[in-house]
Ligand binder design. Structure first.
Ligand SMILES: Cc1cc2nc3c(=O)[nH]c(=O)nc-3n(C[C@H](O)[C@H](O)[C@H](O)COP(=O)(O)OP(=O)(O)OC[C@H]3O[C@@H](n4cnc5c(N)ncnc54)[C@H](O)[C@@H]3O)c2cc1C
Length: 558
């Protein structure tokens, strides 16, 4: 590809409308990649809303990849255990251990804290969140996007801004999607409403902030979960006739909890947040048009099942961040940005279907169904996931097999070898030994490979075959015209002259842990992993010309 794009005609490369958790995550991603951008927020100050308060495993992996997980984790309660009870009796347990992610625990905090921490990361980099600034009058053309930035405070000055790309991270009522023809209708889930409070808790169960409980009772669902700074959240979803159309008082919530949780000692004090609402769901018909993209609630209205809305938006943000960086650096063909829309629209549509299934299953239950489930609970595998509509609450299984960026010529699942992990799937982690003899995790080599924030890691598995090595060397040489492809050998064969390719580092996998995790023992294979940790491409190591053709499709002629 040609070099980076000239700067002159543009005030900035990327403008972000909205500084909720998703806009801020995108801003942190772009800062991590060194992209020039500005972020605008209509409200004058940071939001104090508690709302989204869980960060699931896959999202933690992605936040780690852009260097912001530690600051959020430092202000979160980790939880590995979620209990599900039916009519006061234990029904199922969600145990998050063994998910395969280095971040097994769900992190509980509050959306206000997440926004504060992401803003602080930008602050340390000298990047302001421009608050009291509304984006309007959007005009997109083939070369860029023009917007008006209208100051919303006493100073009503406005600025006309020209950028290469605009991202609407402007929430459920977003104006960006309407301006570019991506608006959507939402569908209500009738007869049910929710109310919730964050407050200090005392009851007969544990008050340590490392567990969450979900109580199914006739006609309803209640939950008790950690938030942050010593408070828990209590919520109810039930018949709308029982839920006043206003924020609840703490006394009302405590009284209802005593009724349905069967704990007369239940008490809460020091309420810090209250909210109520009804339910709607919907997904935008696309996540991008020309140079305008959507991220987060701007493109979806989610149901509260499984606490996935903010999480899915953060996945959007990280996925868009590396694509914009690579494109602005002049290293990407159109396929890179074009793949964002179909991937994320598809993922949101799938999540929406699962949530609707989970919501119907949970919220319109008959008493007979409860009795039946209670009777067979111990016999039903994965009951907890089934209760939530079959949803993967960690988002670790989100995959893009049909993405324009996914191309697979690798082996299928073979007996005894391990399950094949095809193009589009999340690349698994594994414990290995580095060429200098230290224990290491594969993830540390996949994300930000060789310090290149939007680099793609080419994992070259020898498949425990000595004769694979010339093919691996040839693959590295064929990929060298595309410097964003960072080759790394993963060697299961013990006696190979590991000094190998010009003394480049490599990883030892003598016990075949990584080979099995990728389903590749005995199969020398090239696996190209994208900056967001999804497998982009696989082929037999004897066919490296296929890799070169793929790199040309993605990055153009080198
Ligand atoms: C009660 C409740 C509980 C929830 N719990 C969870 C949970 O447990 N887990 C979870 O994952 N999700 C949860 N969610 C969902 C979560 O809150 C949202 O998914 C999340 O806020 C989406 O973030 P966002 O940045 O996309 O949008 P928002 O948070 O809505 O941020 C958008 C921002 O854009 C600004 N804006 C709008 N228009 C403009 C404009 N034209 N110019 C500039 N700025 C603009 C807005 O002022 C706003 O600050 C919950 C939601 C609710 C209501």
């Amino acid at each position: 590809m040609a070099g980076a794009m000239p700067q002159s005609r543009y005030d900035t490369d990327v403008a972000i409308a909205g500084a909720g958790p998703v806009g801020l995550t995108l801003a942190c991603a772009l800062a991590h990649h060194g992209v020039r951008f500005r972020i605008f927020e209509r409200k004058p100050g940071p939001s104090q809303d508690s709302k989204g308060h869980d960060i699931v495993a896959r999202v933690q992996e992605l936040l780690q990849s852009i260097g912001v997980l530690d600051v959020i984790a430092a202000k979160s309660y980790p939880s590995l255990d979620h209990q599900i009870l039916l009519d006061g009796k234990p029904l199922a347990r969600v145990d998050l251990r063994g998910s395969g992610s280095p971040f097994e625990a769900c992190l509980f905090n509050s959306q206000g804290v997440i926004e504060e921490e992401l803003t602080a990361v930008l602050d340390t980099r000298g990047i302001p969140v421009e608050r009291g600034c509304e984006i309007r009058d959007i005009a997109a053309d083939d070369d860029g996007v023009s917007v008006t930035v209208e100051r919303t405070g006493d100073d009503r000055r406005s600025e006309r801004l020209r950028c290469r790309y605009l991202v609407g991270a402007d929430g459920v009522k977003g104006t960006v999607r309407k301006a570019v023809g991506l608006d959507f209708e939402t569908e209500p889930m009738p007869d049910r409403a929710t109310r919730q409070v964050d407050a200090r808790l005392s009851w007969q169960r544990s008050t340590t902030f490392d567990q969450a409980w979900f109580f199914l009772y006739p006609g309803g669902l209640a939950g008790v979960m950690p938030v942050w700074e010593g408070v828990h959240r209590l919520f109810f979803i039930e018949d709308e006739k029982l839920v006043p159309d206003r924020d609840p008082t703490l006394d009302e919530m405590v009284a209802r909890a005593r009724e349905v949780l069967g704990d007369p000692t239940f008490e809460m004090s020091g309420m810090v947040w209250a909210s109520h609402g009804k339910f709607e769901h919907g997904v935008a018909p696309g996540y991008g048009v020309g140079r305008v993209y959507l991220a987060g609630d701007a493109g979806h209205t989610t149901l509260p099942i499984g606490g996935q809305g903010m999480n899915a938006g953060m996945v959007d943000a990280v996925g868009l961040g590396w694509r914009l960086a690579m494109t602005l650096a002049g290293a990407a063909g159109p396929a890179v940005l074009d793949s964002y829309g179909p991937e994320r629209q598809g993922a949101h549509a799938e999540l929406g279907d699962e949530q609707v299934r989970g919501f119907k299953q949970l919220m319109y239950r008959s008493h007979l169904a409860d009795v039946a489930v209670g009777a067979v609970a111990s016999l039903v595998p994965n009951l907890a996931e089934r209760v939530f509509g079959g949803m993967d609450l960690t988002q670790l299984s989100v995959a893009y097999p049909d993405s324009p960026l996914s191309e697979d010529h690798g082996p299928g699942t073979l007996p005894l070898v391990g399950k094949a992990v095809p193009a589009g799937a999340r690349a698994p982690d594994a414990r290995l030994v580095s060429s200098d003899g230290a224990d290491t995790q594969l993830f540390d080599w996949i994300y930000n490979p060789d310090g290149m924030s939007w680099g793609w890691r080419l994992l070259m598995f020898d498949g425990r075959e000595t004769e694979a090595h010339p093919g691996l060397a040839r693959a590295a040489a064929l990929a060298s015209p595309w410097p964003w492809v960072r080759p790394l050998r993963v060697l299961a064969e013990p006696d190979h002259d590991a000094g190998g390719i010009d003394g480049e580092p490599f990883l030892r996998d003598l016990d075949g842990v990584a080979h099995r995790a990728y389903g590749l023992d005995g199969k020398p294979t090239l696996v190209l992993v994208r900056p967001d940790g999804h497998i982009a491409f696989r082929c037999d190591a004897t066919r490296p010309e296929r890799l070169a053709a793929y790199c040309r499709t993605v990055g153009g002629d080198a």
